[in-house]
Design a protein around this ligand. Structure first.
Ligand code: ADP
Ligand code: MG
Length: 229
């Protein structure tokens, strides 16, 4: 039966995810264990100062993987309210300004529609999506790069577009984006995009990625607007 096939398919996905998850968690833990074992054997306490940052980094990565994985495995309920999309985007970007400034990245938000755009959506979900996408954009650009967030209206949809002039993706890389644990970063988890796609889907929206290698990336979120009477 169809429902049974879907159930088995889901079970397989969960199993694959768990295996991949265990693998991703085991890597940093093995690294940390190796360092601690080495420190335990060595007599020179200078070792500790040298290796502590790596140990911390690896533990932080484990923590990030667990957090991202949990938000996938145990999604919270959508809590709908009427939101002014520009306000939401502006507030979210304010949270990210320090990260952008640290890299001298120019990060801005504009509403390109000539009026406020209202949606019926979940504030926390959307905020998390924008944070995930903008963080990727900041990570993709060079020092002094540019990340632009634009709000638009297209028919009955509200659009949030996040554009960067960063490293971009090849066609092959673009196909892999959103697959569990696909990352090109040494400290990446490869779960952010997957979480984002899942949240947008839960909100009844859609998401598109366009990218040209060495030329930047555009991520477009589309959500149904609240029609004003
Ligand atoms: P992570 O950021 O931990 O690597 P993500 O799921 O957020 O995981 O992203 C997966 C991969 O997609 C990144 O490692 C990167 O290669 C690619 N990517 C995502 N966003 C961008 C972007 N704006 N520009 C270039 N590459 C990107
Ligand atoms: Mg990311």
């Amino acid at each position: 039966r169809a429902s049974e096939a879907i159930y088995l398919e889901k079970l397989k996905t969960v199993g694959n995810m768990a295996a991949a998850f265990a693998h991703e968690i085991r890597n940093p833990l093995t690294t940390v264990r190796g360092f601690v074992q080495y420190l335990n054997e060595g007599e020179n306490h200078k070792n500790l100062k040298d290796h502590a940052p790596i140990i911390l980094e690896e533990l932080d990565r484990t923590n990030k993987i667990i957090t991202d994985y949990l938000s996938l495995a145990k999604p919270s309920k959508v809590s709908y309210e009427t939101l002014n999309l520009t306000d939401l985007a502006e507030n979210t970007i304010r949270l990210l300004q320090p990260i952008a400034s640290y890299k001298s990245v120019n990060l801005s938000v504009t509403n390109k529609s000539n009026q406020d755009v209202f949606i019926n959506s979940d504030k926390n979900f959307l905020q998390q999506c924008i944070i995930n996408i903008v963080k990727n954009a900041i990570e993709a650009v060079d020092e002094k790069g540019t990340v632009i967030v634009e709000i638009m209206r297209e028919n009955d949809n509200a659009i949030v577009e996040i554009k960067d002039n960063g490293e971009g993706l090849t066609k092959e890389q673009l196909k892999k984006i959103g697959l569990p644990f696909y990352t090109t970063k040494s400290k990446g988890t490869g779960l952010g995009t997957m979480v984002t796609n899942r949240l947008i889907e839960q909100l009844g929206g859609s998401i598109k990625y366009k990218s040209v290698k060495n030329n930047g990336t555009v991520v477009q979120i589309s959500l149904p607007i609240v029609i004003s009477k």
